[in-house]
Design a protein around this ligand. Structure first.
Ligand code: ZN
Length: 186
């Protein structure tokens, strides 16, 4: 099964007319966590990341809470390496706590579910570098960036799904009188 089909089957991709937290309107909404209900899909998607980085030497996989914990665990399990998890620290940025062990020179793969602005991933990369680890690459389930982001390491996404959105005052879905839905809340 192709990656996008796994998201569709799990109900993670909704089509319609949605108002985003930014206030912009979009014809599609990703309930990204829905796919996490299905361990077999998560395993297959993580397997794509593992396959992509199979020729790299990797010592550990790191991911930010919450989805990144599941993904780092599964990618590391398939690679036969360790996984560590980044959590929000007191200053609200991602950091490694609970004795997460990175040694200087450790080669680290950073994973997360959906890439939009890349903020969480940048914080995890900074936390790896602070421990003198080497970021070998970044792997995400869905790459929704509008413009390519530079993490200083290669990026791989199982699905590439560019975010489409319109300003509320110039929205073709509003013009077509399609009912506007505020997603989430459940
Ligand atoms: Zn609209």
């Amino acid at each position: 099964m192709k990656a996008e089909e796994m998201f569709r089957k799990s109900g993670a991709i909704l089509d319609g007319h949605f108002i985003l937290t930014s206030g912009r309107h979009s014809p599609v909404y990703w309930e990204k966590f829905k796919v996490m209900q299905y361990p077999q899909y998560v395993s297959q998607l993580c397997g794509m990341i593992v396959e992509h980085y199979k020729n790299e030497s990797i010592d550990l996989v790191a991911g930010p809470t919450t989805a990144g914990i599941i993904l780092a665990f599964e990618v590391a399990r398939q690679m036969g390496v360790r996984a560590i998890y980044a959590e929000k620290a007191e200053n609200k940025t991602f950091a490694f706590k609970r004795g997460a062990a990175i040694s200087p020179g450790d080669r680290v793969l950073v994973v997360d579910d959906v890439l939009t602005t890349g903020g969480s991933i940048r914080e995890v990369i900074a936390a790896v570098k602070e421990r003198k680890g080497i970021v070998v690459g970044v792997g995400v389930l869905v790459d929704r960036t509008e413009h390519p982001l530079d993490f200083g390491a290669p990026l791989y996404g199982c699905v590439r799904a560019e975010a489409i959105s319109y300003p509320a005052e110039n929205c073709p879905l509003c013009a077509a009188k399609i009912p506007l839905v505020k997603p989430g809340g459940s």
